[in-house]
Design a protein around this ligand. Structure first.
Ligand code: INI
Length: 161
């Protein structure tokens, strides 16, 4: 039997930061609700969750970097919503958010999770923010717990508590 390493989804004691863009807040607020619900249902205390708001998805990477490097949080969840119909500079905003978060994630010691919706229209965003396609904030929060647990095993220490 090969040795396998899997992250667990229970994370009592972990501190989680959520970076949430205020742009398209009617969508992003639903993602934040989903993320907080997922975290608390899996054992994260309310008081161990911090939500940091920034203007838009473009600013998420710079805020996430500070939170990831600060040493206080065991995971950072990035939430936003970029809707193509709403802007001509969709590609710049969505691309920068994705590449920027990936860049932060690669150098951070803690997991930095991509929970930014990039959709063609408002309807697709609504579908992913708690209606027929689930809630991507919830999914991102679970990815954060799994990755924090995985890092703890791969790095040989416990998750940041
Ligand atoms: N920010 C978003 O988070 N989503 C969008 O759809 C969006 N649009 O459409 O432009 C958006 N723009 C703002 C951008 O993220 C920055 O906050 C702004 O350009 C200031 O740097």
């Amino acid at each position: 039997m090969p040795r396998t390493i899997d992250g667990q989804l229970s994370a009592r004691g972990i501190k989680v930061a959520i970076v949430a863009a205020r742009f398209n807040a009617f969508i992003v607020d639903r993602l934040v609700e989903g993320a907080v619900d997922a975290l608390t249902r899996h054992g994260v205390a309310d008081g161990d969750i911090t939500v940091v708001h920034c203007p838009g998805a473009f600013e998420i990477p710079q805020v996430a970097k500070r939170l990831a490097d600060g040493g206080e949080y065991g995971a950072v969840v990035c939430l936003g919503s970029v809707i193509r119909g709403a802007t001509t500079h969709y590609d710049y905003v969505a691309g920068h958010a994705a590449y920027g978060i990936a860049e932060v994630a690669m150098s951070a010691k803690v997991p930095v999770i991509f929970g930014v919706l990039t959709t063609e229209n408002i309807e697709q965003a609504v579908e992913r923010a708690g209606t027929k396609a689930g809630n991507k904030g919830w999914d991102a929060a679970l990815a954060a717990l799994e990755m924090a647990s995985l890092y703890a095993q791969l790095d040989g220490g416990g998750p940041k508590r």
